[in-house]
Ligand binder design. Structure first.
Ligand SMILES: *Cc1c(COP(=O)(O)O)cnc(C)c1O
Length: 394
């Protein structure tokens, strides 16, 4: 590794400069304890920004998914459908509730939940008399799933939707904010997301009563009584007033961050799209992605190298790139779980995993840094092609 080259991270935090004034206010008024004016303000501002009826600020995106499952009454023995091509946090809360995940493949256009596979899975579940209690639909790398189709199918079977929009805050589908299509929407403010509170999440819904109930569940489910009275299992999931202050300042620059990430995507696209065998993740028509991470697939035969060789070349240049999420149905944790591929014998998520790569896409990435990444990819590419020619000549 060339240590002279500074490290380029995949998606590092990017502060706006206003965070400290919100945090200072919290200190000055001694609102250090959980909850306080920043939490109330952050909830209100997110709800306004995305056009949701109400929002509850919590300690992580994972916690928000867990609360949504709890509110929907998911319990031991229940089934929950979930996108397979995602980070494990989408499905871990299913296990927390003792429920059983069933994984649904992606479709090639969106990389997200295949409406076709979902339809088949729901049809079979109905025949077996055991519909899932919820469907968790993930919006990967900023791209919205095909929400129209998915909403129609779920409506037909009357199954509620939790939209995991951890990666798609700031994205739009048909003009409406990503994360506001399901019964519940979930955002994450983990350090690598498009905006961050260092760690945190948000549960949104048009059902203000459900959001109020999520606040109750997230503060140890304390019943209204002068003493500590508890009638259901609660959690300690609320966001602190300090972190909500960081979030309020970050939210002010969300639109700029989306624009920066989209610019980064455009530059990658213009600089690399001529290479044969390289295909960028498309943007669904009528949608606008926040382009959280620029992702592409490498066709080994056409490119003369595979995605692992490309990852290796970037690693050697001190550049952090990642494979696409490993599908959850392939994870040892979920061994034996039921899986519905897009079509019989056609598992789209497995193909995307084998050929996909995420490039550094942080909104603070400089032009020089991005040029370094592009050059590294072009060099790796021509080396790969040379190797192939040599083999051919011998
Ligand atoms: C980051 C992420 C989460 C979890 O968010 P945390 O705030 O880290 O708990 C859930 N789902 C997806 C798809 C994510 O990328």
């Amino acid at each position: 590794m060339k240590l002279s080259q500074s490290r380029i991270y995949l998606s590092p935090p990017h502060m706006s400069g206003n965070e400290l004034s919100f945090v200072e206010n919290a200190f000055r008024s001694n609102w250090i304890a959980p909850l306080g004016p920043n939490v109330d303000g952050f909830e209100k501002e997110i709800a306004e920004k995305v056009g949701a009826g109400a929002a509850a600020a919590v300690s992580s995106g994972t916690a928000a998914i867990h609360l949504a499952l709890s509110l929907l009454g998911v319990n031991r023995g229940d089934k929950v459908f979930c996108s397979t091509l995602t980070f494990v946090a989408s499905a871990n809360p299913i296990l927390y509730q003792g429920a059983e995940p069933v994984f649904i493949d992606s479709d090639l256009e969106s990389w997200n939940m295949s409406p076709r596979a979902l339809k088949k899975a729901l049809h079979e579940a109905a025949l077996n008399g055991k519909l899932p209690k919820a469907v968790i639909v993930v919006n990967l790398y900023g791209q919205s799933a095909k929400m129209d189709e998915i909403l129609t199918i779920c409506k037909e079977y009357e199954v509620p939707i939790i939209e995991d929009a951890a990666e798609s805050l700031g994205s739009k589908y048909k003009g409406k904010a990503s994360g506001t299509f399901g019964d519940f929407g979930v955002y994450s403010f983990n350090g690598n997301k498009i905006i961050t509170t260092s760690g945190g999440g948000m549960l949104v819904s048009d059902d203000a009563d459900a959001i109020e109930k999520s606040r109750y569940l997230a503060t140890q489910a304390r019943d209204p009584a002068p003493y500590y009275r508890h009638s259901v299992t609660g959690f300690n999931y609320r966001m602190s007033n300090i972190l909500a202050g960081i979030g309020r300042a970050q939210l002010q620059v969300l639109d700029e961050r989306v624009q920066l990430r989209r610019n980064i995507f455009d530059k990658y696209f213009k600089s690399l799209n001529d290479l044969s065998g390289i295909e960028f993740m498309k943007e669904l028509s009528e949608s606008q992605s926040n382009r959280w991470l620029t992702t592409l697939t490498v066709n080994e035969e056409q490119a003369g190298m595979n995605v692992n060789q490309l990852l290796d070349a970037l690693y050697k240049e001190n550049i952090e790139a990642r494979p696409v999420w490993k599908p959850l149905h392939l994870q040892p944790l979920f061994k034996g779980a039921t899986y519905y591929p897009h079509e019989n014998g056609n598992s789209v998520s497995e193909r995307l995993f084998k050929t996909g790569i995420c490039l550094p896409s942080g909104s603070s990435l400089s032009g020089t840094e991005q040029q370094r990444i592009i050059q590294c990819i072009r060099d790796a590419y021509s080396n790969g092609v040379d190797l192939k020619l040599q083999e051919y000549e011998v």
